[in-house]
Design a binder for this molecule. Structure first.
Ligand SMILES: CC(C)[C@H](C(=O)O)[C@@H](O)C(=O)O
Ligand code: SF4
Length: 421
């Protein structure tokens, strides 16, 4: 079996599982955020009113994070947060992060909730991020999540597996984001639908935790059920520094079967850009250089980590943001924000004329802060560029790495940074 199958078999109490099989699995951790807690709660109450349990199965295994609209920007968002807060209090859910602690997918690993070998479900599609830690992690809707709250279990169809081997050392301003954009450009937005995608190869093995998270974060953008990587040394150090709890590291058997095997050599890769309006509409940055932008956004669960802010600050140095551009920066968590503050990175942004916002999803999904007007263009370090994603349906989004976004913010048009990095 491969890693995903081993984790699922163990969680289902089975010796073996095979792709296509429907299993009932134990859930180790469940996450909901300010957008998805209320519908989960409503369904949970509905189940209770039909004879289901009135208490959640295990309040310690539920984590709630307010990140999509923090602080609340509408009365509706405020009401969603109030309902969630009250439910947490009533149910004894103490792991609720309300005041811009960060984006759920950053907060969970950072606070030691994510460990290798776990089964983690989240009411958010980018829950697949935790595959970077060797966990099986996937997103689900609020209705399924309500059943998890009630029973601590869920069903899965064991996914077919796909292996993506990445080799070579990226040069210059080429990062994990470029690697995953390039992969998605080749595989397509539906090329991995309902598959488990296992990332291997020396590029992945030597990659830092931040980069590994960026890659697994975007597995869902090619349709994957989950993305997963065997934890490397840096990942294990990260986990051990954040939790004293035990965990089990799984690896794929030598002879495990994959429906598809792909290989990417990234040694000569250029920075990549996903053009409107699809994540697989990818090209090397030089092809879109000079494209006018109105906004640049640095943040999100894809690229709002310390490493990303540092790259962007180095590119900016003592230059100033172009006068026709709003450059919005939102660190992915409070921990990251503080570290960037201590290191002068935040000061670099502010002096350059950037708008530094509190940690959260921010402009990523066009709901809060930095919404685009009709015809406007943004270049963002986020993971989605669907039509209308960051505002009006007639606005558009280019996805890129933090260095390209920072350089573009300075130049006022899509630009590649100098290659001396
Ligand atoms: C609002 C939420 C349910 C959504 C998701 O599931 O991914 C959001 O986080 C996104 O990135 O589009
Ligand atoms: S940062 Fe963007 S992609 Fe990530 S959870 Fe928030 S809205 Fe979704």
């Amino acid at each position: 079996m491969n890693m995903t199958e081993k984790i699922l078999a163990e969680a289902a109490g089975l010796r073996e599982v095979t792709p296509g099989e429907i299993i009932e699995a134990r859930v180790d951790l469940a996450m909901t955020h300010d957008g998805t807690s209320p519908p989960t709660i409503r369904t949970f109450r509905d189940i209770a009113s039909r004879g289901g349990p009135a208490r959640v199965w295990d309040p310690e295994r539920i984590v709630m994070v307010f990140d999509h609209n923090v602080p609340a920007n509408t009365i509706g968002a405020a009401e969603f947060q109030r309902v969630t807060r009250e439910f947490a209090r009533e149910q004894g859910i103490v792991n609720i992060f309300q005041n811009a602690a960060g984006i759920c997918h950053q907060v969970l690993p950072e606070r030691g909730f994510v460990r290798p070998g776990m089964v983690i479900v989240g009411a958010d599609s980018h829950t697949c991020t935790y595959g970077a830690f060797g966990a099986f992690a996937t997103g689900m809707g609020a209705t399924d999540m309500a059943m998890v709250f009630a029973t601590g279990k869920t069903w899965f169809m064991v996914p077919e597996a796909m292996r993506i081997e990445v080799t070579g050392k990226p040069e210059g301003h080429v990062y994990a984001k470029d690697v995953i954009l390039h992969i998605i450009g080749e595989i397509g937005v539906d090329g991995a639908t309902y598959r488990s995608v296992e990332f291997t190869g020396d590029t992945i093995e030597s990659m830092d935790v931040s980069g590994r998270m960026t890659i697994c974060n975007m597995a869902v953008e090619m349709g994957a059920k989950n993305g997963i990587m065997e934890p490397n040394r840096q990942t294990l150090d990260y986990v051990r520094a954040r939790t004293g709890r035990e965990f089990r590291v799984y690896s794929s058997d030598e002879d495990s079967q994959y429906l598809e095997d792909h290989h990417f050599d990234v040694s000569d890769l250029e920075p990549q850009v996903a053009c409107p309006d699809d994540v697989d509409n990818v090209c090397p940055v030089h092809r879109v250089e000079g494209t006018h932008i109105d906004e640049a956004f640095l943040g999100s669960c894809t690229n709002g980590r310390y490493e990303d802010l540092k790259i962007a600050a180095e590119v900016i140095s003592d230059r100033r943001v172009h006068e026709d551009v709003r450059f919005i920066v939102s660190p992915a968590s409070r921990e990251i924000y503080l570290k960037a503050l201590e290191d002068g990175i935040i000061e670099t942004f502010i002096r350059a004329g950037a708008i530094v916002c509190n940690p959260g999803c921010g402009p990523c999904l066009g709901a809060h802060m930095g919404v685009l007007a009709p015809g406007e263009v943004s270049i963002a370090t986020t993971n989605r560029n669907f039509r209308g994603r960051m505002g009006d349906p007639a606005s558009s989004v280019y996805l890129a790495n933090p260095a390209v976004v920072a350089e573009s913010a300075i130049e006022g048009v899509i630009s590649a940074p100098q290659q001396e990095a």
